[in-house]
Ligand binder design. Structure first.
Ligand code: NI
Length: 170
């Protein structure tokens, strides 16, 4: 296992729509194991392959439900309902949190590492992490889920942070 460097805002790989996995081979298994280690090390509750520079449709997450790390290969959101404003951050946009309104409930379907169909669903953190990670695999960052006014301010803050003008108090 290895801890992989996490790509951050501005890296073009984060904007790419990922390709599905055709064959779950040793390379995929190694990547997943490294992604899980990287997620826990960060620490974070989810990680998409694009965040470690791999444009393939894989994500891992741990929704704090006692089930530990889960893997979703070729995942798609198949159902959403309700609406919930929830504080959301992203390991690729470190140091920032925004309240983002998304569907409260989400159901996602995909494959596990054995190539078997799996389904995850829930409200709260589970609903949020599924939507956030699968967004990543479509090349969408949480910034695109912000209201236009808030997004404008967020992009300015990110630019100032890159220029060293914004002190996040770290
Ligand atoms: Ni993220």
């Amino acid at each position: 296992m290895a801890i992989l460097p996490i790509r951050t805002f501005g890296d073009p790989v984060l904007r790419m729509r990922t390709a599905p996995i055709a064959d779950i081979d040793d390379g995929v298994r190694k990547l997943v194991s490294d992604m899980i280690e990287t997620m826990y090390d960060a620490p974070g509750v989810g990680l998409a392959a694009t965040q470690v520079g791999v444009s393939r449709r894989i994500c891992v997450f741990d929704a704090n439900d006692g089930n530990g790390a889960q893997v979703l290969i070729n995942g798609e959101i198949v159902e959403t309902s309700g609406e919930l404003a929830y504080d959301e951050g992203c390991l690729s946009v470190p140091g920032f949190y925004w309240e983002i309104t998304r569907p409260e409930f989400a159901r996602a379907r995909g494959l596990n590492l054995d190539g078997e169909e799996v389904e995850y669903s829930g409200e709260g953190l589970m609903g949020r992490v599924l939507q956030h990670e699968l967004d990543h695999l479509d090349g969408t960052l949480l910034l695109e889920r912000l209201e236009p006014g808030i997004r404008k301010r967020a992009l300015r803050d990110l630019r100032n942070q890159a220029l060293g003008l914004l002190d996040l108090g770290e």
